[in-house]
Design a protein around this ligand. Structure first.
Ligand code: AMP
Length: 313
């Protein structure tokens, strides 16, 4: 039985530069990618975010067309939307942030509409940690699962608030570089232990084109990323992953470790579409059949048989 899902995060304009091209003022943002990925599951997905008057009405209509409830997106008259510019190197696992302009985000006070306050699943997408906390505090009851995503920018500018949030969530998703910064450990296994001791019961470490690791107590699960022929723009892969992950959990309403493994594969599959074109373009056009085919590709990629006794004979 599908449960309702609340996603918070940025809804933004991005200037993107990759080895394959450059596009300016592309609609992006953490909540944009995450909610679009989650909408694949036709969940009752809702967004809390903020945009300026410059944000196109046509994209707000796109959210609605995907069944996403946008009552919680504030539109600030006379102000500009959050803006981010990033440049990827030939190794598209690394990128430089060229510019971050908070604009509407600088004074954003998130308001969770009454109809959202009972959501069972909450994705605290990439945003100032203190705003993530404001949203959590407005929930009528604690959601069944709280997943949080963050990035190095907030580790540099809001360390204490971020550490405070770690004690309030169930699952943290970050990339390998951020896990090392947060834990001050090089080994990802040691890093995972330290980070889980800070609060989250589950930790997902994203490794870009090298897949993702899910940690829980002493268990680890590894999900590969699909080797893709076309990778144009990795922007939003992490958010699409997080949206796909929690979207699947909300749809199945099962938060066991076994089901989280499936959710990670769904998240990886949805992220694999995002990177195939600039911005949200590919994510907006995927069909159910394409997603199913891609899930099968994941199964084929890692399935093999080994008869262990043979080696000992
Ligand atoms: P990802 O590639 O999944 O890490 O997410 C890229 C998206 O995050 C872009 O569309 C940006 O608009 C957005 N973004 C970049 N920096 C920040 C930030 N400091 N806080 C929130 N969102 C951000």
């Amino acid at each position: 039985m599908s449960k309702s899902l609340l996603v918070i995060g940025t809804v933004a304009f991005d200037n993107l530069e990759t080895p394959f091209g450059k596009e300016d003022m592309v609609v992006g943002g953490a909540a944009t990618y995450a909610s679009l990925a989650a909408s694949y599951f036709r969940n009752n997905t809702k967004i809390v975010s903020v945009v300026g008057e410059d944000f196109p009405q046509s994209f707000l209509d796109t959210f609605r067309a995907k069944g996403i409830d946008i009552e919680g997106i504030q539109i600030k008259k006379g102000e500009k939307s959050f803006f981010w510019a990033g440049k990827y190197h030939m190794d598209m696992n690394t990128r430089d942030t060229l510019d971050t302009q908070l604009n509407v985000l600088a004074t954003f006070d998130p308001v969770v509409p009454a109809s959202y306050q009972n959501a069972d699943y909450l994705l605290l997408g990439n945003l100032m940690p203190k705003l993530q906390k404001r949203v959590l505090e407005q929930m009528q009851h604690r959601p069944k699962l709280v997943v949080m995503d963050t990035m190095n920018f907030w580790m540099e500018t809001a360390w204490d608030d971020l550490i405070d949030m770690l004690g309030r969530i169930d699952v943290l998703t970050i990339n390998d570089e951020e896990a090392r910064i947060l834990s001050k450990e090089y080994s990802l296994v040691k890093a995972a232990k330290k980070i889980m001791a800070m609060g989250p019961k589950y930790l997902i470490i994203k490794k870009g084109e090298n897949g993702a690791l899910l940690f829980h107590k002493n268990e680890v699960f590894y999900a590969p990323a699909l080797p893709l022929e076309e990778v144009f723009d990795p922007t939003g892969a992490g958010d699409s992953f997080a949206g796909g992950f929690i979207g699947y959990l909300a749809k199945t309403d099962n938060i066991s470790f076994e089901n989280m493994k499936r959710a990670i594969i769904y998240g990886s599959a949805l992220a694999s579409f995002t990177v195939e074109k600039f911005g949200t373009r590919r994510l907006l056009e995927i069909s159910d059949a394409e997603v199913e085919e891609r899930l099968q590709d994941f199964v084929d990629l890692v399935q093999f048989d080994i008869i262990l006794e043979e080696n000992n004979a």
